[in-house]
Each structure stands twice: as C-alpha cells, then as structure tokens.
Write a protein of this length. Structure first.
Lengths: 154, 93
C-alpha cells in the first residue's frame, strides 16, 4: 500500500482539481502538472492508497481557505476521495511516544510509526520526513530529491 | 525573475560561503517572487552534523544511521533579479 504525506496528498488533490494550479500553491512551487501525472502513475489506483485522518485535516486546513469554483471542485472531489480512499486512525499517543516527535511533530511521527509497523511505501514532499524514513530503511519516494535531481543535476 | 537553475546555483554558493564548505544534500525546496519588490525568495535545505546543542533535551536516538547523526536545516535566501543577496533568514518550519 502507498501512504502520502500532507504535501504529496495536497499535490494529488490540487492535481485532480486543476493541474495548472499546482505550482501556485506555496509549498508546491517547485512542482507542476508533469509531477502530478508521475504521482498518478505511481499510485495507479485510489485503492492502493491509505490516508491518516491527520493528513486529511492538514490538507483541508490548507485548502479550505480557497474560494469560488476552485473551492466547489475541491469539496466535490474530496467527497468522492474520502469515500474511496482507505483511512486509518492512529492514537495521538503513538506519535507523541515516537523518537521522531521532536523532529517531525505529531502527524509525520504517526506516519513514520505506522509505516515502520505496516511496511507501506511513503511518498513525501518533506525532506526531513524522508531523511528519517530512509534512516529506518523504509520504502520512501522522496519527491523533493527527485525534483532537484531532475532540474539541477546534469 | 531569475531562471530556476541560476537561483539554485546562487543559493548553493551563498550557503557554501556561510558554512565554509559544500553543504551536504543541498536541496531547493520552494520559491516565490514578489512582483512589486522584485525579490526572489527561495527555501533551501541541507544536512549538518548534530551537536549536543542542536540535539536539545532529547538524547541521541538509538537509530545508528547517518540521518540521526545529522539534521536538516532550512533557510530562506532572498535575491534581487540581478542575483544580489538581500538576506539569509531562518525558515520557521
């Protein structure tokens, strides 16, 4: 199964609404339409995804301030996604007990502990989370590193 | 607006100057241009060795791996359109 962190789920959601808007979001300024289609290629189908409720909350906190047609599409798409994508609740105590709580905060610590236990693949747009996931030898798709390699390494 | 690759290379050189050596796993994370001020702002990150001070009150992890000996630092670098440095700021992540 595949687990997305908040920013890669944000890339996924904005891409479904309007891929041309991806680079306009502050935390996704390095990413574009092509990255969304690559993400879709990796995920293949919604049924391969599991999302933590904390990730839904972070994405909604970021998207719920949008207005107009974009907001309407956001809500419609999320109604569908929330029905289709598996969701897994983890108690916050697991995150606060994690070694990584000081570095990553609650949501990413929960993600990390969950992936350590279940062996899921992490897709992330958070370099710090990827550093630590790789330190635990977890299956990690590090989209910031991939994008830097694509754009800047000859 | 400066081309992305130029921004990357300029930011890399600025951080290299500050550290006195090449940054480890240097990454370009985000950017934005203020159209009024023509200041290009980019968020970059790189790894530095942890010291007892940066480890804080948490004892060093039992994970014996490179990434617990290092931590990722984020900075905001501000450049003008002609690549002059305006500032290097702490990124509140």
């Amino acid at each position: 199964m595949i687990v997305l962190d908040s920013n890669s789920f944000l890339l996924f959601v904005i891409g479904l609404i309007d891929p041309k808007r991806i680079s306009k979001h502050k935390v996704l300024s390095l990413f574009d339409e092509a990255d969304f289609y690559k993400l879709i290629e990796i995920i293949k189908h919604h049924s391969n995804l599991i999302i933590l409720p904390n990730i839904w909350t972070e994405v909604d906190n970021s998207m719920n301030r949008s207005v107009g047609e974009f907001k309407n599409k956001y809500v419609e798409i999320c109604k569908e996604l929330a029905r289709e994508i598996k969701e897994n609740y983890l108690a916050s105590s697991i995150g606060f007990e994690s070694d990584s709580i000081y570095d990553l905060g609650l949501t990413d610590s929960l993600l990390l502990e969950w992936i350590k236990e279940q062996g899921h693949t992490l897709i992330s747009i958070d370099s710090k989370l990827c550093d630590i996931a790789k330190a635990y030898n977890l299956k990690t798709i590090d989209l910031i590193k991939d994008k830097n390699d694509f754009l800047f390494k000859i | 607006m400066i081309e992305l690759r130029e921004m990357y290379l300029t930011a890399f050189e600025q951080i290299k100057q500050v550290l006195g050596k090449e940054p480890i796993d240097f990454r370009f994370e985000q950017f934005k241009e203020d159209e009024k001020s023509h200041i290009n702002e980019m968020v970059v990150s790189y790894l530095v060795e942890r010291t007892p001070k940066t480890t804080g009150f948490k004892s060093v992890s039992t994970v014996s791996n490179l990434f617990y000996d290092y931590e990722r630092i984020y900075k905001i670098i501000q450049l003008t359109d002609d690549k002059k440095l305006v500032g290097i700021l702490i990124y509140p992540n």
